[in-house]
Write a protein that binds this ligand. Structure first.
Ligand SMILES: [Zn+2]
Ligand SMILES: [Zn+2]
Length: 561
C-alpha cells in the first residue's frame, strides 16, 4: 500500500480524468489526503434500469484515517451527485460554498446522512488550511451559482484545480470570476493546472449567459399555445431568465420535476430568486390553461424517469402536448445522451410540436471554456504543467496539443486510476489502481462489471424463460411447465410452449428411467427446452429452472444460467 510519503504531490484521478462525468480526484501530500468532488456519470441504454454511475471510492477507504476533507467545486451532478454513496468510505468533513452544500445536504438526506456528515461552508472563509494543504475557493463563472476553482498550495508546489469554468463578462451576480485571485495565483506560481477540456474544440466566441437571457425574454412572448422549457435544474441563472421571460409573456412560471423544485428551494435558502413569489409547482396551479403558463421542467437529457420524458410519452397528469405547442431545450446535450434526446424530440415533433433547440435559437450557452478562454487562463496562471481533464480521450489529446501551441511548457495527461507524482517540476504516473465504476440502481450501488448487470443486459436482449418441474420420489415426471417474458406474443407463445412440452415430456420421462444424477436430469430438461425455443425463435433466453424433487429436504432446487 502506497503511504504517499515521498516529498511531492500525489494526484489520483478516480473518475473524470478522461471522460465527462463522475468527477472524483484525490491529492496526497506527506501522507495526508484531500478528495475533490464525488460526481455522477451518465449511463446510456446499455445499462437497463440505471441512469447514473460513479467512481468507486473503495481504494480511498483504505486511507480513511488520513482523509482530511471532501472539497466540492460546484453543485453539478457530475461533481456532487454521488456524495451520499461515497461519503461512508471517506468519513470526513465536506467543504463547499453555501449553494453546493445546500445541494449536498439534499443528497445526504435521501440517505439519512444529513445529521452525521460535517458540512463546512467556505462563503465567509474561502481559505481552508489542513495539515500541509492550503485550499482556496476562487469564484469562477459557470452555469450554476457559486462555482469555484480550487487553488491548492502545498510545500512541494501549487495546483489550480479548475474543471468547470468559462470567462463570461456580464453583470449577472451569480456568474462572476475573481480575476484578481487567479492573477495572484499566477504570480505566486502554479505548478500544475488541472483544466477543463469540455470545449477545447470550440473556436468561436460563446454567447454570454446575459445574451441568452435577453433572447429568451424576446422569444417566449412571441410563441403561441403551450410552452414547455427544459433546462438543467441547477442552472439558477437560466431559471431566472425563464421566469423573467414568463413575466414578459404574461405567463405564470410553473415548475415540474423534483430536482427543479429542490434546486429552487436551495437557491432561495441561499438568497437567490427571493424576489419571485409567483414561481409555482405544478400541483399548485392545477387547472391553469396552457397558454397562461410557462412550464419549466427537468429532463433535458431525456432520462427515462424525468418530467420531460413523461410529458413526451403523454403520461403526465398535468401537462398534455398538442400540435403547435412549443418545447424549448434550453440546455446542452451531455455526450452519450444524443440518441435518447433525439428520440424524445422526434416523438414530440411527430405530434406537431415545435421543438426549439440551441441549434436554431440562442436559448443556451455553455459554461465551459472555449479556446480563447483557455488561452487567456494560461496567460493568467502561467502554469508549469497543464493537465487536461473533463473531456473524452479525443478532447484530452487536442487539449494537450492546443496548450503546447499556446506556449505552455509542459502538458501531461492521466487516466482514471493513475497515481501521478509531481516533484520539482516533473510529473509521472508511478502506479495504477483498478478504478471500478458503480452503477446507481435505485437506492443500491452495483459494480458495472458485476454478473447482475451483465445478466440484466442479457435479459434485455434475450428475454427470460422459466421452466418448472415436479419429480416424484420414484423418479416420475409429475409436472413440467414453462413460461416466458416477452419471447413471443402471448397466443403464439401458448402454441409453441404446448408443442415443446408435448415433445419434451416423453424424453424427460425416458431420461428419468435411466436416471444417473440430478444435475444431468436438470441439464437435460433445460437443454431440450432451450434448444427448441431457439430453433423456433432465434432467441437464446436467460433461463431459470425450478425443479421440485419430492424426496429432497431442501426443495425446491433452483438454478439459473
Ligand atoms: Zn459543471
Ligand atoms: Zn463538470
Amino acid at each position: 500500500m502506497n503511504d504517499f510519503n515521498k516529498q511531492g504531490i500525489y494526484f489520483l484521478p478516480l473518475g473524470g480524468a478522461d471522460e465527462i462525468g463522475m468527477n472524483m480526484y484525490a491529492y496526497a501530500v506527506n501522507g495526508k489526503i484531500i478528495v475533490v468532488d464525488a460526481g455522477y456519470g451518465f449511463l446510456n441504454d446499455e445499462f437497463p434500469g440505471m441512469d447514473m454511475c460513479y467512481a468507486s471510492p473503495e481504494f480511498l477507504e483504505n486511507y480513511k484515517e488520513d482523509i482530511l476533507g471532501l472539497f466540492i467545486t460546484h453543485g453539478h451532478e457530475d461533481h456532487l451527485g454521488a456524495v451520499a454513496q461515497v461519503w461512508p468510505s471517506l468519513q470526513c468533513p465536506i467543504y463547499g460554498t453555501n449553494f453546493s452544500l445546500g445541494l449536498v445536504k439534499e443528497r445526504l438526506s435521501e440517505y439519512k446522512l444529513q445529521d452525521i456528515v460535517p458540512l463546512i461552508s467556505v462563503n465567509q472563509q474561502p481559505k481552508v488550511k489542513l495539515a500541509d494543504f492550503e485550499i482556496e475557493f476562487i469564484p469562477v463563472a459557470h452555469t450554476i451559482p457559486e462555482t469555484s476553482a480550487l487553488y491548492i498550495k502545498t510545500p512541494y508546489g501549487n495546483v489550480m484545480h479548475a474543471t468547470d469554468w468559462r470567462f463570461d463578462d456580464n453583470k449577472l451576480p451569480m456568474l462572476q470570476t475573481d480575476y484578481d485571485a487567479l492573477k495572484r495565483a499566477g504570480e505566486e506560481g502554479v505548478d500544475i493546472f488541472i483544466c477543463d477540456s469540455t470545449n477545447v474544440m470550440v473556436e468561436k466566441e460563446q454567447t454570454s449567459e446575459e445574451d441568452v437571457r435577453q433572447s429568451l425574454i424576446k422569444l417566449i412572448p412571441e410563441l403561441q399555445g403551450g410552452i414547455v422549457a427544459t433546462c438543467f435544474a441547477s442552472n439558477i441563472m437560466r431559471l431566472e431568465s425563464l421566469v423573467l421571460a414568463a413575466h414578459a409573456a404574461g405567463r405564470t412560471p410553473v415548475l415540474a420535476g423534483r430536482s427543479l423544485i429542490t434546486n429552487v428551494k436551495v437557491a432561495k435558502d441561499c438568497g437567490y430568486l427571493t424576489e419571485y413569489n409567483d414561481i409555482h409547482t405544478i400541483d399548485q396551479v392545477e387547472g391553469i390553461t396552457s397558454d397562461k403558463a410557462l412550464y419549466i421542467c427537468t429532463g433535458s437529457q431525456a432520462n427515462y424517469r424525468s418530467a420531460m420524458t413523461t410529458i413526451a410519452n403523454d403520461e403526465s397528469k398535468y401537462i398534455k402536448l398538442s400540435a403547435d405547442d412549443n418545447v424549448i431545450f434550453s440546455s446542452k446535450i451531455i455526450p452519450g445522451n444524443e440518441d435518447k434526446i433525439e428520440r424524445l424530440q422526434e416523438k414530440m415533433m411527430a405530434k406537431g410540436v415545435n421543438v426549439l433547440t440551441e441549434e436554431e435559437y440562442p436559448v443556451h450557452t455553455s459554461g465551459h471554456a472555449n479556446r480563447q478562454d483557455l488561452k487567456k487562463m494560461y496567460e493568467l496562471l502561467n502554469p508549469k504543467i497543464v493537465l487536461p481533464v473533463h473531456g473524452d480521450k479525443k478532447f484530452i489529446r487536442e487539449h494537450k496539443r492546443f496548450a503546447l501551441s499556446c506556449g505552455v511548457k509542459d502538458v501531461f495527461s492521466a487516466q482514471n486510476g493513475d497515481i501521478c507524482f509531481y516533484q520539482e517540476g516533473k510529473i509521472e504516473c508511478i502506479e495504477q489502481i483498478v478504478a471500478d465504476i458503480m452503477g446507481v440502481d435505485r437506492r443500491r450501488s452495483v459494480s458495472l462489471g458485476s454478473a447482475l448487470v451483465k445478466n440484466r443486459r442479457r435479459i434485455m436482449f434475450n428475454c427470460s424463460l422459466f421452466i418448472s418441474a415436479v419429480i416424484s420420489k420414484d423418479n416420475k415426471l409429475k409436472d413440467l411447465q414453462m413460461s416466458s417474458i416477452d419471447i413471443l406474443e402471448e397466443n403464439e407463445w401458448y402454441v409453441l410452449s404446448e408443442e415443446i412440452l408435448k415433445a419434451v415430456r416423453p424424453l424427460v420421462e425416458k431420461k428419468l428411467c435411466e436416471y444417473t444424477h440430478r444435475n444431468s436430469v436438470e441439464d437435460f430438461i433445460r437443454g431440450q427446452i432451450r434448444r427448441r425455443v431457439y430453433s423456433a425463435t432465434d432467441i437464446k433466453p436467460v433461463t431459470m429452472l425450478h425443479i421440485y424433487w419430492e424426496d429432497e429436504e431442501n426443495n425446491p432446487s433452483e438454478t439459473g444460467e
